[in-house]
Design a protein around this ligand. Structure first.
Ligand code: ZN
Length: 373
């Protein structure tokens, strides 16, 4: 029993040291010892082990502040890598990242979803071609994070439902068997939120609204996602915004999704959201009117979420990636209906403008590794 405890303590120490090194550029053993309040011999022993495992490396010496120069240590960022795949109705997004969460390669491919073996076999082929380009050694790939637009039940290990893809009760294994790497599944809005929060210094707690072709959301708190009892936490797309309002794809009336899906905007500009925001920037009157309407509905959702959670709200998804130059118009709308005066700005645009869901899925794999180092 005692031995198990010692092993746990040792593992915990090693993990804290490794995480500290991952989060900093260049550090020394004394820096780590001081900052995480661990004895210098313990730190030195652990960093020695991590060097032997190839997970960190010595990169010269730090400037002396008197006395002996300390060795400069840094994470061997590319020693382990992870892939993220974002599966959507019409595209797949692929990203390769490393232990520092850097984007090494990203690609978005037009490839409509189909629930059959051929689809997954082709996705695997596209993934292997993508990896071919990066020259990554397959042995260092920790796994494949798969973002899915639907209810992802991690306990039952299945995708319970995806309305947009038209699938129900898909066991993880029926997807993972097509790939050569361990697969980890995550809901798309959760993945977007995870990308936004996990390696960010200033985003400890926030609500993420994913404004893509479907609308979703996620709560990120203390470096983790809140999943809810049925893995449906944050499904704001089906919050009722207008009683008896527009018909939603879910069959109900008045859902946020029916008013704030990215398609509401993109269908006015040949299916291209980019053109919509270009026209908005150029003060196209017709586009401006639609935008005013769009943000009026969106503001109701933002206000309601903010009243419940009282935390930052990040706008992500397709619309979120274009919204930064126009965010003050949304803030003003929210301010008009806010009951309270705010002493800080709580509404933010997402920081990952491309491939957030794929990236979040990949970060999920990296984080699992860091936790067990
Ligand atoms: Zn709905």
């Amino acid at each position: 029993m005692k031995q198990a405890t010692n092993i746990e303590v040792k593992k915990n120490n090693r993990n804290r040291i490794f995480r500290y090194i991952c989060e900093h550029e260049t550090v020394s053993n004394p820096d780590i010892s001081y900052d995480i309040k661990m004895s210098l011999p313990t730190v030195t022993q652990n960093t020695k082990e991590l060097i032997e495992r190839g997970l960190i490396e010595e990169i010269g010496e730090l400037k002396s502040t008197g006395g002996r120069r300390a060795k400069a240590l840094s994470v061997a960022a590319n020693a382990r890598q992870a892939v993220g795949i974002d599966i959507t109705k019409n595209h797949i997004g692929l990203v390769l990242t490393n232990l520092k969460g850097e984007i090494l390669e990203y690609e978005r491919i037009f490839f409509p979803f189909a629930e059959n073996e051929k689809y997954y076999r082709t996705v695997n082929e596209k993934l292997e071609l993508f990896l071919e380009k990066t020259n990554v050694d397959r042995k260092i790939i920790l796994g494949l994070g798969i973002s899915f637009p639907g209810i992802v039940d991690i306990n039952r290990k299945m995708i319970i439902h995806s309305h947009i893809l038209g699938v129900d009760m898909v066991p993880f294994t029926s997807v993972s068997r097509f790939f050569s790497y361990p697969c980890y599944f995550i809901n798309d809005a959760n993945a977007g939120a995870y990308a936004e929060g996990i390696y960010s210094k200033n985003r400890e707690r926030f609500f993420y609204i994913s404004l893509s072709n479907t609308v979703g959301g996620a709560i990120f708190s203390n470096n983790a996602l809140i999943q809810g009892d049925n893995f449906r936490c944050g499904e704001v797309g089906h919050m009722t915004i207008i009683p008896d309002g527009r018909l939603c794809y879910c069959g109900k009336k008045g859902c946020l999704d029916a008013y704030c899906s990215a398609m509401i905007l993109s269908e006015l500009t040949e299916g291209k959201l980019e053109y919509f925001f270009k026209a908005l920037k150029e003060n196209d009157k017709r586009i401006e009117k639609i935008w005013e309407e769009y943000i009026a509905y969106l503001s109701i959702a933002i206000h309601n979420i903010h009243m419940i959670l009282d935390c930052d709200i990040v706008l992500g998804g397709y619309v979120g990636s274009y919204i930064e130059p126009f965010i003050s118009s949304v803030r003003n709308k929210v301010r008009e209906i806010n009951t309270f005066s705010e002493d800080k700005i709580f509404l933010k645009a997402c920081s990952h403008k491309t491939g957030a869901a794929a990236l979040g899925a990949a970060f999920n794999v990296i984080e699992r590794f860091i936790q067990q180092v």
